[in-house]
Ligand binder design. Structure first.
Ligand code: AMP
Length: 214
């Protein structure tokens, strides 16, 4: 368990809606720290026991078991804190891809103070599937390499992940239209998050720290 809860914004949405893209852009903004469980898993040594076990799920579009997911994520967080990359008292954690089911949401309650849930919503599944296929070719991602796997990820999202929204109070959830250019979607997200960021920092924002991050 974390000694002090991580102040967090959850990036929520179906596969292909752009959580990773938006998370990476937002993560550059001083005061935000982006962490994606999918990225943490992809960075594991593929020849290690852990790496092989994770791949045995992710390469089939399945969720990695909850105990492994929470442990790997918690260790990653601790290393980010130790390295001074995520500052408990100053940064808001942008959590991308976690929680993905109710049990993870319950476990995560012991670690985070959820300030906002950004729900990137897209009704057009076919457009999202096409987006993922294009990305798979570019990034050589096994889990998005074929349409059946992508549809499987969507099925899991609907069955297990979407109900997680009910875990959080409705007044911290903002639904954002995920259809549009990355800049358009970013603008919608910032419209929601900037007031919260300003409230968090007030006039006390240290511009020298901002320069260090960039
Ligand atoms: P993503 O990059 O978020 O689409 O995640 C890629 C894959 O990593 C997923 O399809 C899962 O196999 C695995 N994964 C990422 N986050 C989680 C999570 N919170 N729980 C279980 N599996 C996850």
């Amino acid at each position: 368990m974390a000694e002090q809860p991580y102040k967090a914004v959850l990036l929520f949405g179906a596969p292909g809606v752009g959580k990773g893209t938006q998370g990476k852009i937002l993560g550059v903004i001083p005061g935000f720290h982006h962490v994606s469980t999918g990225e943490i898993f992809r960075a594991l040594d593929k020849n290690s026991e852990l790496g092989k076990r994770v791949m045995s799920f992710s390469s089939h579009g399945e969720l990695v078991p909850n105990d492994i997911t929470l442990q790997v994520w918690a260790e990653h967080m601790a290393s980010q804190v130790d390295a001074g990359k995520y500052r408990l008292d100053k940064d808001i954690l942008l959590l991308d891809g976690l929680p993905r089911n109710i049990e993870q949401a319950n476990l995560l309650d012991g670690y985070i103070d959820p300030m906002r849930v950004i729900h990137l919503a897209a009704s057009d599944e076919d457009a999202m599937v096409e987006r993922l296929r294009r990305r798979a070719i570019k990034e050589k991602r096994a889990d998005d390499a074929n349409e059946n796997l992508i549809r499987r990820r969507w099925d899991i999202y609907r069955a297990e992940t979407q109900p997680v929204l009910d875990h959080y109070p409705s007044d911290i959830i903002t639904e954002i239209d995920a259809i549009g250019t990355p800049a358009e979607v970013l603008q919608r997200i910032l419209h929601d998050l900037v007031p919260m960021l300003s409230e968090q920092f007030g006039n006390a924002f240290d511009t020298t720290e901002a320069a260090t991050k960039l």
